[in-house]
Ligand binder design. Structure first.
Ligand code: G3P
Ligand code: MG
Length: 246
């Protein structure tokens, strides 16, 4: 059985401001296997790493990401809201993340936030960057907007995609395969149904589940041989994975 991958949700977001370069550095220092990062598109079509469509929660800006040029987004502070010592931290571009971490063997789970704002051109811009940094084998693109995933596969049939979903879908493997998905990314509660884990395994669909922060669920999922866990608590998950695998 392969070891469960430890994926830091928005970077190490409990010790540093989510989706910033410092949060990804902290996650690397913890020893994670990958990052989950949320991608929106600037007004001038540059993929940027930020969870919300709106700027208010994690920056000192106002309004929608899509209504700001990259230059305007780069003026904003994306760290002080979290703790004063992170003042000056910026919203990273996806390219900045790749430029800094592409040399590692980390897995990049890029979540396209195309569910509320549709962002025409987001898929193409992201895929160009994955190709430029030669990261096809280290990247999974996920999204709650499954049209985005189909679009990604049209643009590059080698691009690995994974459906994100909240609902307790019944036998979703045929749907995932119809979309050409590499993996499936369900909310973790559903994996308490053993037939779901079994069904995905039988259909060769790796499971990357989110957002698992309680040790009890971490243990259950690692022992169940889940391929990847997306967590806000990567240090705790690391201890559990090492305990079960040693
Ligand atoms: O990719 C899993 C998870 O990040 C999905 O939800 O809202 O945290 O982006 P959210
Ligand atoms: Mg996300």
């Amino acid at each position: 059985m392969r070891k469960t991958l430890n994926i830091a949700h928005r970077g190490a977001n409990t010790v540093a401001p989510e989706n910033t370069l410092v949060a990804f550095r902290e996650a690397l220092a913890i020893g994670v296997d990958g990052f989950e990062l949320d991608i929106q598109l600037s007004g001038d079509n540059v993929p940027v790493v930020i969870h919300d469509e709106k700027l208010e929660r994690t920056t000192n800006g106002k309004g929608l990401v899509k209504d700001h040029s990259l230059a305007a987004l780069k003026e904003l502070d994306a760290g002080a809201w979290f703790a004063p010592r992170y003042e000056g931290e910026r919203i990273p571009t996806l390219e900045e993340v790749f430029a800094e971490f592409a040399h590692t063997d980390l897995l990049f789970n890029l979540e396209l936030k195309s569910g509320i704002v549709l962002y025409p051109g987001l898929e193409e811009a992201v895929i160009k960057l994955v190709e430029k940094y030669n990261l096809l084998e280290q990247t999974i693109i996920s999204s709650f907007n499954h049209y985005s995933l189909v679009e990604c596969r049209k643009l590059n049939p080698e691009m690995r995609t994974g459906i994100l979903y909240y609902a307790g879908l019944y036998e979703p493997w045929n749907y995932a395969k119809a979309l050409g998905c590499y993996s499936v990314h369900p909310l973790f509660y559903h994996l308490q149904h053993p037939e779901l884990v079994k069904g995905f395994k039988e259909n060769n669909l790796p499971l990357f589940t989110w957002t698992v922060n309680e040790p009890l669920y971490m243990e259950m999922l690692v022992a169940g041989g889940i391929e990847g866990i997306i967590t806000d608590e990567p240090a705790e998950l690391k201890t559990i994975i090492e305990g079960i695998n040693n």
